[in-house]
Each structure stands twice: as structure tokens, then as C-alpha cells.
Design a protein around this ligand. Sequence first.
Ligand SMILES: Cc1cc2nc3c(=O)[nH]c(=O)nc-3n(C[C@H](O)[C@H](O)[C@H](O)COP(=O)(O)O)c2cc1C
Length: 187
Amino acid sequence: MAVFYNGARAVCHELTVDADLFKDSMRHLAGAVSVITVGRGNDRTGFTATSVSSLAIDPPSVIVSLNRDSSSWPVLQRHGTFCVNVLAHDQRHVAESFAGRGGRRGVERYQDAHWRELATGTLALGNALTVLDCELDDAIERHSHGIVIGRVRVISPHQQKNEASRQVTIAVIEPAISATDRKRMRP
Ligand SMILES: Cc1cc2nc3c(=O)[nH]c(=O)nc-3n(C[C@H](O)[C@H](O)[C@H](O)COP(=O)(O)O)c2cc1C
């Protein structure tokens, strides 16, 4: 593996890191859990994500890493928009649904929650801490994932939710997800 830094070329040894160890390690990166909705009508699905991060203020933009084997990847390409819904502590069931718990797929993942349509046609979750309606700006394919860049078009924060209700963390969600379900999850 070659690494380029400031024009200098350094050659690193190929090191093998155990995938399970890597996943366990990444679980210590506790943070907000979001549900990303993609598609419209019956051509609709979405996924639970912890990889959401802000990219820039000007223009307002975010990045999300999305597994390219996921059902959301082709739907995102078809429609070119997505919505980031940052979950509150009482929306764990939505996180589980969009992680595919119990084999839920596509439109089924939207059951048991309230949704409203935003400017770009994506669906926003009622009572999410904040909602970012995005147009797909770019998707950079690297390894198993796509680094999805979204240009934020509309922001719809929830006014009433207080600090205490912030952040469903991976640590909170994980015990409720079976080993079988976990195998289906990425990364
Ligand atoms: C807490 C949590 C965080 C996740 N974060 C991501 C993520 O950032 N990117 C991703 O591609 N998948 C992530 N996943 C896995 C996807 O939610 C899951 O694989 C997807 O919904 C199922 O793929 P499918 O649509 O093909 O069934 C996460 C799962 C959980 C439970």
C-alpha cells in the first residue's frame, strides 16, 4: 500500500485488521443516530446511519457513508435526493426498523411513525430532533461504501425537544438487535 503525503512517497507494510475488531472499535464512536429516507411512493426505502457528518457551511452540506450493497444505494441514484432525520431518544423503534430489524424492507420501514413530505419530495420523520432535506451533490465510491455528499435545501428543527432528549446512541440500540439482524447490518 502506498501512502502519499506532502508530495513525499512512503511505503507502508500491508497490515491485516480483523473486521470484527474494527467494528467493535468503531462502536466506541458513540454519536447521533439518524434515519436517512430515500425514494418516493412505492420506490421508497432508507437506512439507519451513524456516519452522518457536516461537510461545509458554505454551501450547507453533509456527508453520509452508505454501503453500496444496501437497498438504499440504487434508490438514491434514481431519485437524487435524501433526507437526514436525527433521532430523539424515544425513536429507537424507527432506528431498528430502518436497520432492517425483523426483515423489514422498503416501504415497510416507514410503518409505526409519522412522516411528512418535504420540498424535494423526501419524507421527514415527525418529532425528529432535526431534519435536513438534501439534494445528492456527489457520491464518491470507495471500498464497499459510497461517500454521499448532500446539499442541504431545507432544515426543519424540532423546537420543543430539549437537550435531554438528544441522541439515540449505538450503545442504546444495539442490545435490542438480534445477532441474526446484526449480521445483515453494515458496516
Ligand atoms: C446504529 C446503526 C448505524 C448504522 N450506520 C450505517 C451507516 O452509517 N451506513 C450504512 O451504510 N449502514 C449503516 N447501518 C446499517 C444499515 O442501517 C442497514 O444495513 C441497512 O438499513 C440494511 O440494508 P438494506 O436496506 O439492504 O436491508 C447502521 C445500522 C445501525 C443499527
